[in-house]
Design a protein around this ligand. Structure first.
Ligand SMILES: CC(C)(COP(=O)(O)OP(=O)(O)OC[C@H]1O[C@@H](n2cnc3c(N)ncnc32)[C@H](O)[C@@H]1OP(=O)(O)O)[C@@H](O)C(=O)NCCC(=O)NCCS
Length: 183
């Protein structure tokens, strides 16, 4: 078993950690069997968090979206899901994902979403750090992400990664992270 830092261990991309408030968390790659869990987690995201994640007011995920988000190839498209295991079973807490760009194979678009009840406990940072580590191993050296101009939490979050930002239009900021620098 290898170790990413003092708190997180890796065993074939399965991670265990604790949030700042002590909640035990497991993190692992998403699987096709996670469709119901993804839907349930999505329903527990506030409308504001959904808007921030999908950049539009998504009421529910379509079957197409659920398939797309759970049936992945783990190279060009990777997603990690985090679960609260404090109750003895998995309760969805957050997801980080990257999708390699077709026209730029060393670049991937990334997204992170932490369910509101688990925000501000360090989970978003753990998920992004882990997915960066996995992306590096899969030959990706740059992440791009699109963030609503109103999403101050994500903008502050990305300040910690020395991300370059540029206004995409009146509503969206495009961020670029050189992930080879993030170790
Ligand atoms: C943005 C988001 C991913 C952050 O996840 P999180 O688990 O709450 O963030 P963390 O606790 O790991 O915070 C890491 C750092 O980000 C910054 N940060 C996070 N939330 C913040 C907030 N509400 N206000 C200011 N800074 C914030 C802080 O610098 C924080 O460091 P600190 O804890 O030492 O102060 C989460 O709020 C979220 O899922 N929002 C809805 C979906 C979304 O916006 N996704 C991004 C679209 S790609």
């Amino acid at each position: 078993m290898s170790v990413i830092n003092d708190e997180i261990t890796i065993d074939n991309y399965n991670f265990r950690t604790k949030l700042r408030n002590g909640t035990p968390i497991t993190i692992r790659p998403i699987k096709p069997e996670d469709k119901v869990c993804l839907m349930t987690g999505f329903e527990r995201l506030s409308m504001n968090s959904r808007q921030c994640r999908f950049l539009s007011p998504v009421g529910q995920l379509s079957d197409y979206q659920i398939n797309y988000l759970t049936e992945i190839d783990y190279t060009n498209h990777f997603a990690l899901c985090a679960s609260d295991v404090s109750q003895g079973y998995d309760i969805g807490a957050g997801i980080a994902r990257y999708i390699r760009c077709d026209d730029e194979p060393e670049t991937a678009e990334f997204a992170v979403a932490v369910i509101d009840a688990y925000q501000n406990q360090g989970l978003g940072k753990i998920l992004l750090d882990l997915i960066i580590h996995i992306a590096q191993q899969n030959g990706i050296n740059r992440f791009v992400g699109y963030v609503s101009i109103e999403n101050i939490a994500m903008q502050k979050f990305l300040e910690n990664y020395q991300a370059n930002s540029q206004k995409e239009d009146d509503f969206i900021i495009r961020y670029e992270l050189d992930i080879l620098d993030q170790n």
